[in-house]
Design a protein around this ligand. Sequence first.
Ligand code: ADP
Length: 287
Amino acid sequence: LSGKFITKKSFSPIEQIVKTVNKISRGDDLSQRINLQSGEREIYDLAETFDQMFNRLQEAFDREAQFTSDVAHELRTPLSAIRMQSEYSLKYLNLNEESEDILKNILEKSKKMSTLISQLLMLARMDKKNQKLNIENENLNEIIQLVIEIESNYAKEKNIKIIYDEKNDIFADVDKDMLTRVFINLISNAITYGNENGMITITLDKIENSDKIKCQIIDDGIGISSEHINKIWNRFYQVESSRSSDNSGLGLSIVKWIIEEHKGTIMVESELGKGTIFTFYLPEKNL
Ligand code: ADP
């Protein structure tokens, strides 16, 4: 308490307002308030007005997160009924070729919808700060190998080679499921936006004299132009919806959140027609 008092005291009222407004606009913590205890009447009123606006802003965000979560939950039950009935029909009914094709299509689309629903639920948990990490010291090589295995069939379809030069085992404090999601997203994107007969290179290194781990996913695919590159982290943003037909544009916003929640950083470099490099850094220890 005394620490808080000293900090508050050492900032002028205007500085306090600017500091809080900056924190809120960076989106770090919507629960921040200026909470000016004293000061000139006008400054005090200004701070009060900001705080009231922040209250309304936070309520609107909470409502939106709640709405997303409610809708996603409501959609889950009917969707699983569609999936189960399609699976049952394909397995047990005597269907002609046309009906079988239609049902396979329904099943495939409903699987995509299930993915979208779990992404929406995760975003809602992220927004409500309910998504907690389950941190353990994990072998990152194993996670990468597992994801390469998961994605290998998809890569084969486009005859894309995935090269991962595994060195010594590298361990870090991470949430295994979350980091697996990161690799699935980045590697499946590298395949989706990669060229036929292309190549994906994955590197994993411990940076010397630091506690940081560096990982890169490099593709020689279609690339991203400078006009779009800063927006790819936004929710639902797709460079061209046609080139990612069945995807939602949510993947990278979740990836960024996961890396930053692990106190890491992620960046992208790309050249149109040449390829894309995603680089992220993670601390070894999540203290
Ligand atoms: P999506 O579900 O559409 O793949 P993401 O959030 O994963 O959504 O990616 C956002 C957009 O960024 C994609 O629609 C795509 O246009 C672009 N993108 C992502 N990864 C790559 C990549 N490796 N190469 C080229 N473009 C990419």
